[in-house]
Design a protein around this ligand. Structure first.
Ligand SMILES: NC(=O)c1ccc[n+]([C@@H]2O[C@H](COP(=O)([O-])OP(=O)(O)OC[C@H]3O[C@@H](n4cnc5c(N)ncnc54)[C@H](O)[C@@H]3O)[C@@H](O)[C@H]2O)c1
Length: 371
């Protein structure tokens, strides 16, 4: 039986939208969308695996609600954020959009990769058309599905730089069916958990303790435990995004905890580390730096590391040259302006610090296994 279990409004003035969470609500997606989104034709962007597992159910639900539907799918994983998929999506979308009576909107049906690619397509096609997120990974439900940040990776020189091209374009609706997580592989659950733990570290000791106490249940896909972790997590993200949508006040920057070094590790590994895995390494490196600079007590850093290790997330770097990570870091403009990082002072309290020395960062990366 389908049941709606939660809803939350993201307050952004005229760009406000709702996140609706339920169990087994995918088959009703068409009627939810009909009530919230203007348009008669849905262009779905998804990944190969999600299309195979759930594409027909979403397609049928939309058809039952009277929508014209087209599905566009990309490869699984980070490779889906390649510019060639963006170009193909725009080409197919524009063909689908040709009949004069069609009013087209997008549906991003998948994980964070699909959300980032699809959000960028929606934000740039005809200078912005409406879109719906239907996140299917823990990471996308708890984090990336909210906030409107989108983007694709771009090859610069010989290196692939993450999120090099992107826009902020808010969705019209986020629809989460937590039952879809039943088919998500364990490595992907753990990967998503990394961002949930990050939210606990920067803003909620309650969330952090909840994960400590319920880790095994979450990994074993106990739906009540997953729902609680996800719902606290997107509330934190929603609150931060509502306060600082375009990251101009330094509040949204706090979400970058673990991401400065994390993104550099992810890029330098050629995306061998999943996003959340790289962020886990980024978090322990940020903690090492904060401890060395006297901001963070060692016992708190150890508590966080212990949880990451228990979850099965990496806390040491394997097979990547320190130089490659430092090079990737130097592509991060936000960082290089005046070397700044998000550090935490205690569980639930984060701060941005300026003037972090590159020598200290390099030393910490080496100590964590950078060769
Ligand atoms: N925009 C933001 O605010 C934001 C925030 C955090 C991360 N991100 C981005 O998100 C991306 C990572 O997203 P992700 O971790 O969701 O990975 P992902 O989108 O690559 O999905 C992981 C894998 O799981 C498969 N999959 C998805 N749902 C499934 C399901 N229900 N059952 C079985 N398989 C399923 C996918 O096909 C894919 O192979 C990174 O590119 C990262 O930069 C964006």
């Amino acid at each position: 039986m389908a049941k709606t279990v939660d809803s939350l409004k993201i307050e952004l003035g005229e760009r406000s939208y709702e996140i609706i969470v339920g169990e087994k609500i995918l088959d009703e997606a068409g009627s939810f969308i009909k009530r919230k989104v203007r348009g008669n034709s849905a262009f779905i962007i998804t990944s190969k695996t999600v299309k195979r597992l759930y594409g027909k159910r979403l397609f049928d639900s939309l058809r039952r609600s009277g929508f014209d539907v087209e599905i566009f799918s990309v490869e699984d994983g980070e490779g889906g954020k390649d510019i060639n998929y963006y170009i193909s999506a725009i080409r197919d979308l524009s063909k689908f959009d040709e009949p004069i009576e069609r009013v087209v909107f997008l549906i991003n049906f998948g994980g964070g990769v699909i959300g980032d690619l699809g959000g960028f397509v929606a934000g740039t096609y005809r200078r912005g058309i409406p879109y719906v997120h239907i996140p299917t990974t823990l990471l996308a439900m708890a984090d990336s599905g909210i906030g409107g940040k989108s983007g694709i990776d771009f090859i610069s020189g010989r290196k692939k730089i993450k999120n090099k091209v992107g826009v902020i374009h808010q969705p019209s609706l986020v629809l989460c069916d937590i039952a879809l997580l039943q088919t998500l592989p364990e490595r992907e659950i753990v990967n998503g958990l990394s961002e949930v733990i990050k939210h606990g570290c920067i803003k909620s000791s309650e969330l952090f303790s909840f994960i400590e106490e319920n880790l095994e249940k979450i990994i074993n896909k106990n739906m009540d435990a997953i729902f609680r972790a996800v719902s606290i997590s997107y509330r934190i993200k929603a609150e931060i995004v509502s306060m600082d949508e375009r990251e101009t006040l330094g509040i949204r920057t706090l979400l970058n905890y673990g991401h400065t070094i994390g993104h550099a590790v992810e890029s330098a590994s050629n995306m061998r580390y999943l996003h959340g895995e790289a962020v886990a390494i980024g978090m322990v490196c940020a903690n090492d730096i904060a401890t060395r600079m006297g901001f963070l007590d060692k016992s708190i850093a150890e508590r966080i590391e212990k949880l990451l290790v228990r979850a099965g997330l990496p806390v040491n770097i394997k097979g990547i040259k320190t130089r490659a990570i430092m090079d990737a870091l130097k592509h991060d403009k936000k960082f290089m302006g005046k070397p700044r990082m998000v550090i935490i002072k205690k569980v639930g309290e984060a701060e941005v610090v300026d003037g972090v020395s590159l020598e200290l960062i390099e030393e910490v990366i080496r100590n964590r296994g950078g060769s």
